[in-house]
Design a protein around this ligand. Structure first.
Ligand SMILES: C[S@@+](CC[C@H](N)C(=O)[O-])C[C@H]1O[C@@H](n2cnc3c(N)ncnc32)[C@H](O)[C@@H]1O
Length: 211
């Protein structure tokens, strides 16, 4: 709660201009994301879905200035907080978009335009009646595959064993194969650090699409 209050407080002050430099304006009847236009250059694109405060993507974007990074976050105050942090960082290769990642992935990205998806600790929605809010469905897995370039990885981590089983099975059925690649966010996102400190097991996998 205090994090959310901080988000709205920060958003009201003079750093709005820094944040607005990185926030993608979702406007127009046919809003789409065209990565080359958005970043004003052609470069490999990595997308983090449900990026939260942006701990992982801020660090990764700073380490790889030759790549472009897009952080997607549904919750407005959290996205604003992340945008403020990204704006303050001065990074020019990181943008933040506040929207439902399902809309972005299903409808708004060009085919074969993404060089890596990172999905870390997607909300598990444990109550039966809320299951419909879960990010992963067969349809979503199919859309991820369409947006990835050939051999580009999808990185996933969750602390919920049952959800991991479901996601990994869904990806297998959807034409992904598991690889030996290390999963970069499994140790370094905000939630990963919290779960590790608490000694919770983390279930992580890297996948590429079978072509
Ligand atoms: C459990 S948090 C994990 C945050 C971050 N990935 C981490 O590991 O620290 C899940 C995040 O996903 C966001 N989220 C949930 N559903 C989403 C959706 N459909 N599209 C984009 N973001 C979503 C939530 O608002 C929340 O910030």
């Amino acid at each position: 709660m205090s994090r959310l209050r901080k988000g709205s407080r920060v958003w009201r002050d003079e750093e709005v201009s820094a944040a607005s430099r990185v926030l993608v304006a979702c406007a127009g009847p046919y809003f789409t994301i065209e990565p080359r236009t958005l970043f004003e250059r052609a470069a490999p694109l990595e997308i983090e879905i449900g990026a939260g405060r942006g701990d992982f993507i801020l660090e990764r974007a700073a380490k790889a200035p030759e790549r472009n990074f897009l952080a997607v976050e549904l919750a407005a105050t959290i996205a604003q907080l992340m945008a403020v942090r990204a704006g303050r960082s001065g990074l020019t290769n990181l943008k933040v978009v506040r929207m439902d990642a399902r809309t972005l992935v299903n409808l708004m990205l060009p085919e074969a335009s993404v060089d890596a998806f990172h999905i870390y600790f997607p909300d598990p929605w444990p109550k039966e009646r809320h299951l419909k809010h879960r990010l992963f469905t067969e349809w979503f897995a199919a859309s991820l595959k369409v947006r990835l370039r050939p051999q580009a990885p999808l990185f996933v981590a969750t602390d919920v064993a049952g959800y991991a089983e479901e996601i990994f099975a869904m990806l297998g059925e959807g034409g992904f194969v598991r690889t030996e690649l290390a999963v970069p966010g499994a140790e370094s996102t905000g939630f990963a650090q919290r779960f590790r400190a608490a000694g919770k097991p983390i279930h992580a996998g890297a996948f590429v699409a079978r072509r």
